[in-house]
Ligand binder design. Structure first.
Ligand SMILES: [Mg+2]
Length: 173
């Protein structure tokens, strides 16, 4: 059961994820979380660095959908200027939003990677459906109200993984 929380890969930030490596693995699409994955949870818009990363993915024909548990206003204000499709109020780790994102991109789950900063929503949701999963370190040290509870559970799972040597991030969250 606990293994369903173990990310396929983990990197410090999305900027360590390159389109070349994704393509080698047959990945054609990204389903990404928004808050504390792409930007800080309380930053309304994308940074220039993020826009460059997104554009690089687009240049390599890797499709992107933002799937967030946050409300529509937050996710729309962020995604619309970038011209990136999104699903808000996704209720991750529930399956429905992931399925919808796949359908919209016209991809199979084996061709798609889930990227996110939370084990309980992004990684668990992706793993249980057979997606590739990549965990990133949260961009900010703080979280929105509803995430704070999940983090408590996450810290215990993370400690367990570290004890077993499955994850060796030196500074944990
Ligand atoms: Mg997040």
């Amino acid at each position: 059961m606990l293994n369903k929380f173990l990310p396929g890969e983990y990197v410090k930030s999305i900027y360590h994820i390159s389109p070349f490596v994704l393509k080698e693995k047959g990945i054609k699409g990204i389903i990404t979380d928004l808050d504390n994955t792409l930007v800080e949870w309380d930053r309304p818009n994308a940074t220039p660095k993020l826009i460059e990363w997104l554009n690089e993915m687009k240049r390599h024909h890797i499709k992107i959908t933002i799937v967030s548990n946050n409300n529509e206003e937050r996710v729309r204000i962020f995604s619309d200027p970038l011209n990136i499709p999104f699903i808000s109020k996704a209720r991750k780790p529930m399956r429905a939003a992931f399925k919808k994102a796949l359908f919209k991109m016209g991809l199979e789950r084996e061709e798609t990677v889930i990227i996110g900063d939370q084990l309980l929503t992004d990684i668990f949701g992706g793993n249980r459906m057979g997606f590739h999963t990549i965990l990133v370190m949260p961009v900010a040290n703080s979280d929105g109200f509803f995430t704070q509870f999940n983090r408590k559970i996450e810290r215990r799972i993370m400690a367990n993984f570290k004890r077993k040597g499955l994850i060796d991030w030196e500074d944990s969250h």
